[in-house]
Design a protein around this ligand. Structure first.
Ligand SMILES: Nc1ncnc2c1ncn2[C@@H]1O[C@H](COP(=O)(O)OP(=O)(O)OP(=O)(O)O)[C@@H](O)[C@H]1O
Ligand SMILES: [Mg+2]
Length: 411
């Protein structure tokens, strides 16, 4: 029997990269999902799978038992996360099977921001002041007792994609923000019940970065510090990412030191971690950590810049092999999203011409698709990835290419 890994869901932009990396290593990929979700996967992805196991993630303990049985009868020697909401269950399964993974006792804390804040508090990890409230009255009382100055961030304990995250400048704005943070009681597409606790946090001021780490036997290898670009304003929407972030070595060291404090507090041991952090006037402070591959195609950007495949390192760490993390080059790469604030029917992209340095130009929408929703200001229609010899050049090129592209919509 060939070695196999079990992938929990394939909803992230990184999932197919992870599947390809596993196959490249001669490891077959089995997918855990729901039947109706499987039906919507592309044929290209389905063809790459050696097996599929259907379960019901809404009943996590039953799912664990079913998946444990599947793994023991199918030669599974590693567990991977393809959808961030499933990372606690993946950690628990790896632990049950005695496979490489993270600390199962802290499995929820790499997803649930309330548990994460508790561990950050316990281990004094630099992070925002935070209270958790299950009612508006409790939030008001917590803010008054904490005497923290506005602006404050209000967000759900357990969502993703910035859904329900808001910045408020006064107590008057709290009821609306609180309601919005509690609006999503279940995740999509699996229908997993979400913790509807609301967090109120101190607003961290400063540039934002994310850090890609491969963990192996509790030691951390940081592949990249990525600079995040946003639309501006309080809570901003991502416009792109650049690797490497333009930082001096003292700043890099202080960021990585804080990241390691966070990963250690959360029990991250074998796999990958995506840490989001802001460098405030008082130093780097962590916004969140996920024990899963990054979104936003960051893995591809890291690979274009450094030659290191985070996906490959992830599979290796998950099956107990020392990950290949040595950089092969010292270039730069950037991704910029093609987005629109308009709503309508997609006709196509115009102005998208091949240019030297552009390594990918992808549209997520097909002609006829309806664009626009009520929870985001901007809808992502596609992306451009560029490679260059420095971050400054990569930024310039990526921004120029995206500025020349327009999204054609009809009402
Ligand atoms: N305490 C904070 N101070 C300043 N900005 C914050 C804070 N919390 C969140 N943000 C901003 O809002 C963004 C989204 O917040 P967060 O990461 O907690 O939510 P999320 O749902 O996981 O979103 P995403 O999937 O986009 O990372 C952050 O990347 C950051 O830009
Ligand atoms: Mg986040």
């Amino acid at each position: 029997m060939t070695r196999g890994v079990l992938l929990f869901g394939a909803e992230s932009s990184a999932a197919e990269d992870v599947v390809d990396a596993a196959r490249d290593l001669g490891v077959s990929v089995h997918l855990a999902t729901h039947p109706e979700v499987y039906d919507r996967y592309t044929d290209a992805l389905k063809k790459k799978l050696a097996g599929t196991v259907f379960t019901d993630f809404r009943s996590p303990w039953t799912a664990l038992e079913e998946l444990e049985l599947y793994c023991t009868t199918h030669g599974i020697c590693g567990v991977l996360v393809g959808w961030e909401f499933l990372s606690p269950l993946a950690t628990r399964l790896a632990s049950r099977l005695g496979l490489p993974g993270h600390d199962a006792d802290r499995a929820d804390a790499v997803r649930n921001k309330r548990d994460m804040a508790d561990l950050f508090g316990k281990y004094a990890v630099p992070s925002p002041w935070c209270i958790a409230a299950t009612s508006l009255d409790a939030a008001v009382a917590g803010i008054s007792a904490g005497r923290i100055a506005f602006p404050l961030v209000v967000k759900p304990a357990e969502n993703a994609g910035s859904v329900g995250v808001a910045v408020i400048d006064s107590l008057d704005e709290l009821p609306e923000a609180f309601k919005r943070a509690q609006r999503w009681s279940h995740e999509f597409p699996y229908g997993i019940a979400l913790d509807t606790t609301v967090l109120v946090q101190e607003y961290l001021d400063g540039p934002e970065f994310s850090i890609e780490t491969v963990a192996f036997e509790g030691a951390f290898d940081h592949l990249a510090i990525t600079q995040k670009f946003t639309t501006g304003g309080g809570i901003c929407e991502e416009t792109g990412h650049t690797v490497p972030a333009q930082l001096d070595s003292a700043a890099q060291t202080s960021i990585l030191d804080v990241v390691e404090q966070g990963l250690t507090a959360l029990g991250v041991r074998n796999g990958v971690a995506h840490t989001e952090l802001k460098v405030t006037p008082a130093g780097p402070r962590i916004i969140e950590v996920g024990a899963r591959p990054p979104g936003g195609h960051i893995m591809k950007v890291v690979e274009h810049a450094t030659g290191v495949s985070e996906a490959r390192g992830y599979v290796q760490a998950a099956i107990g092999l020392r990950p290949d993390t040595r950089p092969l080059r010292t270039g730069a790469a950037a991704i910029r999203f093609i987005s629109t604030a308009k709503h309508g029917v997609f006709n196509g992209l115009s102005g998208a011409h091949p240019v030297r340095g552009v390594v990918a130009l992808q549209s997520y929408a097909a002609p006829g698709d309806r664009i626009g929703n009520d929870y985001e200001r901007f809808t992502r229609i596609g992306h451009v990835i560029v490679r260059a010899s420095s971050s400054a050049e990569a930024n310039q090129l990526a921004d120029d290419v995206v500025a020349g592209i327009s999204v054609d919509l009809e009402n």
